[in-house]
Design a protein around this ligand. Structure first.
Ligand code: ARG
Length: 278
């Protein structure tokens, strides 16, 4: 398969800091070699330094979304499957815009459903899903090429076990499909019933059980181990057409033994093999 790996190595407006070191660490860990060995034709591109000179988080976060949307659309024009390796989860809003997904599978330890009104610290990644669903930051997303908010009834939120009180309240008012990693596959039918035809898969790597694989500073116990997550994403790939994927939130500072990159290589390799079969 022709693949385009798009690197968006940012952490809250900072290039190559914190989570922003994850994409390079995954590449250094051999992702391209792994996928090439499996017969894929892979190109890798870094979106480079975008945003304003003062590196303000909000301006830069949405500049990253715009750059990623453009690169993903170019990949699609070139018939390459887009894989976005992001630092920030907000970047998914750009990837969704670029791959023209009509639905979203969001696998994450968190809900990312805060808005500027409810967020405790103004942390943009904690608003990433709310942004992608069009619940906030609309003046910013309207400038992202191709952005169309995903209807909440076409969104499945998987394994969000760390929710803030306002996120829980919001979830009660929205038709978002809630699932655990154990029953996510059983819920794909609900997405399709809501009209989902081509889904974007967002994978915040901190969904992993931190007792087995710690990927960043967030470490609420629970969640799948790498093998369980691998089986889930392969199952999803066979259940619904997936038009693009984002992986985010890997901070190599929490992975002294370098365990995450090979897990990602295996996961993506097997996901693509399953994807090719539908
Ligand atoms: N994508 C993430 N890292 N999300 C963490 C969010 C933490 C917290 N709920 C917040 O909104 O600030």
């Amino acid at each position: 398969m022709k693949l385009s790996i798009i690197l968006a190595p940012y952490d809250s407006g900072l290039y190559h800091a914190g989570f922003g070191q994850g994409p390079d660490a995954i590449i250094a860990g051999g992702l391209v070699e792994e996928l090439a060995l499996r017969g894929h034709d892979v190109i890798v591109e870094d979106i480079g330094e975008v945003g304003d000179a003062q590196r303000r988080e909000i301006a830069t976060g949405f500049a990253v979304c715009r750059a990623v949307a453009t690169k993903v659309e170019m990949a699609r024009d070139d018939e390459r499957f887009p894989i976005v390796l992001a630092g920030n989860c907000l970047t998914a809003a750009g990837a969704v815009a670029g791959d023209a997904a009509d639905s979203l599978i969001w696998i994450d330890q968190h809900g990312d459903l805060n808005t500027p009104e409810t967020s405790a610290y103004g942390f943009l990644d904690g608003m990433a899903l709310a942004t992608t669903l069009g619940l906030c930051w609309r003046p910013m997303t309207s400038a992202v090429p191709g952005f169309q908010a995903i209807d909440p009834s076409r969104c499945m939120l998987v394994d969000a076990r760390d929710l803030d009180p306002d996120e829980r309240r919001l979830l009660e008012t929205l038709p978002i499909i809630r699932a655990q990693w154990t029953d996510a596959l059983d819920n794909v039918g609900k997405l399709k019933a809501a009209g989902a035809a081509q889904a974007h898969l967002h994978l915040d790597l901190d969904v992993h059980d931190p007792d087995v694989l710690q990927v960043n500073r967030y470490a609420l116990p629970g969640g799948p181990n790498p093998e369980q997550l691998r089986q889930l994403v392969c199952g999803l790939a066979k259940s619904i057409p997936i038009v693009g994927i984002t992986l985010s939130a890997y901070d190599p500072a929490f992975d002294a033994k370098g365990e995450v990159p090979p897990v990602v290589g295996q996961l993506l390799g097997d996901f693509l093999a399953a994807h090719a079969r539908i």
